[in-house]
Design a protein around this ligand. Structure first.
Ligand code: ADP
Length: 554
């Protein structure tokens, strides 16, 4: 209850002011620079009437002495300073930060107008320790009739939680984004320490240890460890609970990346200007959880890379084996074909017809086998990344016509008709002529091999920025379900019988690789029993850098 008397006579609204009202009534104002209430100027009474009922934190500093009055909302923000702060001089109440605030207040009193500060950091003692706090506030003058400032009106918000939470969230986010590639535990923790450096207030120092038995080996550090307790590190490393060391450091274990790995223990220094409350502890625990995940990721990455390396090595060995075998096959093939050819062309001692026929067969098959071996060798080279197209501008129409022409006898021997449409105009395209020959011959050989009657049609057309080769036949076709895998290496259509059984299933794969080396692509459409059309598309401008052409080669 507020006693009726001279104070309530002056401030009839007092009863509605809650605790602030009771304090206002019970303070002996005569003992303060404000003097007895009945003598207060109207401006003060009006200012109190405006400020104290508000639910927004507000403070009034009155007279040159800056005597304080504030509302209940404000009282809730200043901790242990309340209620002594009520009626106290500002300079006394805020002694620890007055060097920052005093000049701002003075400026307002001296007619400098209102001030504004956002998230100003003040080391404030409101809970028994010097605390890091943040404030957004404005000081504005309360004018007397003559225009002088009689007091200062303070509207303020405590932004401490927001500022601190934001910076802690930044750290957590950055910890989650640490790259775990190419990192062992040490590298990873060093990256984490760099992130910790972004919040030196909450993480003044940090040490990461790897604990095995009695040994604690430092993996990474940041700042100078003021409170390091190796016994605590070992205890935590051996599976103990997280520990608080002398209120100055927090020790916790990171989850071991894999069973059998040494325990990883993180010690972080604590902010001397913040209480180690639930928010702080959660922050550190979440940070440790992120680092545990990063350790596990890095471990998984390492394992994956080791696996990939082993596979690459296996692949390399396989390609090398291919290359070697192909080489070994070429020599005897040359030794078979050479004498056969000599015998066939020997004018001095001509062979009887029956032997000519036999040797002709030997020679043709040796040639076929050599083509196959060459394909294998090319393939091995492509796999090893050793086959690079030597691009030259060539008239692709003429080149294709010539290649198809050279194959015409084989088509005719098979009882098929060959049609070649390459247009009349020259078609300059950057290609490796040798590779293009392989592409065309491979498709033609297949067309003949898998066509028993009808025709083979070779067509070259130019489209928007591309040229397209289509080799169509009226052969056995390809079952629909086989189409998607047709260009895979070693893939052969099951139960598909061509004119001959030989084939390693690399012809089409090679065609695809060669097309792709030119920045091109391949495609097929086919109907079983009706025939197939294989297509190769190449860009008309080099997708791969043109080779430096020696001047005399043009
Ligand atoms: P192969 O050495 O077996 O001919 P390819 O890679 O050249 O290897 O061809 C793979 C498979 O695709 C062949 O086994 C065959 O079944 C099928 N194929 C290729 N070309 C044709 C075609 N023109 N008509 C029908 N099937 C074909």
């Amino acid at each position: 209850m507020i006693e009726q008397g001279p104070v309530t006579a002056r401030l009839p609204f007092l009863a509605s002011l809650g605790e602030a009202g009771r304090l206002l009534a019970s303070t002996d104002w005569a003992a303060t620079p404000l003097g007895p209430v009945p003598d207060w100027p109207d401006e003060l009474v009006h200012a109190i009437a405006t400020c104290l009922p508000s639910r927004v934190p507000m403070l009034l500093w009155w007279s040159a002495d800056l005597v304080q009055l504030y509302n209940d909302a404000y009282a809730g923000m200043i901790g242990g300073k309340h209620p002594a702060a009520f009626g106290q001089r500002a300079a006394e109440c805020w002694a620890e930060v007055w060097q920052d605030l005093g000049p701002l207040a003075e400026r307002v009193l001296d007619g400098g107008g209102a001030t504004y500060a956002e998230d100003l950091c003040l080391l404030l003692n409101r809970f028994g320790y010097e605390e890091e706090t943040y404030w957004t506030f404005s000081y504005s003058p309360v004018h007397g009739e003559d225009g002088t400032a009689l007091g200062v009106f303070v509207a303020t918000t405590d932004t401490t939680s927001r500022v601190i939470n934001e910076r802690r969230l930044r750290v957590l986010r950055a910890l989650g984004e640490i790259s775990t590639t190419e990192a062992d535990a040490g590298t990873l923790m060093t990256r984490a320490m760099a992130v910790f450096a972004g919040d030196p207030q909450d993480l003044p120092f940090a040490v990461v240890h790897e604990v095995t038995g009695d040994a604690a080996v430092v993996l990474a550090t940041r700042g100078s460890p003021a409170a390091l307790d190796l016994d605590a590190v070992r205890r935590v490393g051996h599976g103990g609970e997280a520990e608080l060391v002398g209120g100055a450091a927090f020790v916790q274990q990171l989850e071991a990346p894999a069973p059998g790995r040494p325990a990883v223990v993180l010690t972080v220094g604590l902010n001397p200007h913040r209480a180690f409350d639930t928010g702080y502890r959660t922050f550190l625990e979440l940070g440790a959880a992120r680092l545990s995940t990063a350790l596990a990721d890095a471990d998984a990455y390492r394992k994956e890379r080791r696996r990939a390396e082993a596979l690459t090595e296996l692949d390399r060995a396989k390609s090398e084996f291919f290359a070697n075998v192909s080489h070994e096959l070429r020599t005897p093939l040359t030794l078979i074909a050479g004498p056969a050819e000599e015998a066939l062309t020997d004018a001095a001692e001509p062979l009887p017809a029956v032997h000519r026929e036999r040797l002709g067969m030997v020679l043709r098959n040796a040639d076929r086998l050599r083509l196959l071996v060459d394909d294998l060798l090319d393939f091995a080279r492509i796999e090893a990344g050793r086959l690079e197209p030597r691009l030259r501008q060539v008239d692709l129409a003429a080149l294709t016509r010539e290649i198809a022409g050279s194959y015409a006898p084989a088509v005719e021997r098979a009882g098929l008709t060959l049609r070649v449409d390459c247009g009349d105009a020259p078609l300059p395209v950057p290609v490796d002529a040798g590779m293009w020959e392989k592409v065309v011959l491979n498709l033609l050989t297949n067309a003949v091999k898998y066509t028993f009657e009808g025709s083979v049609h070779v067509r070259l057309t130019a489209t928007d920025g591309h040229v397209e080769l289509a080799v169509a036949d009226t052969g056995i076709g390809v079952p629909e379900e086989e189409l998607p895998t047709l260009f895979r290496r070693f893939h052969r259509v099951r139960g598909n019988t061509g004119r001959s059984h030989e084939g390693a299933g690399i012809g089409l794969a090679l065609v695809r690789e060669l097309a792709e080396l030119h920045g091109g692509s391949v495609g097929v459409s086919s109907r079983e029993g009706a025939g197939s059309t294989f297509r190769v598309r190449l860009p008309r401008t080099a997708a791969v850098p043109d080779e430096e052409e020696p001047p005399d080669a043009v």
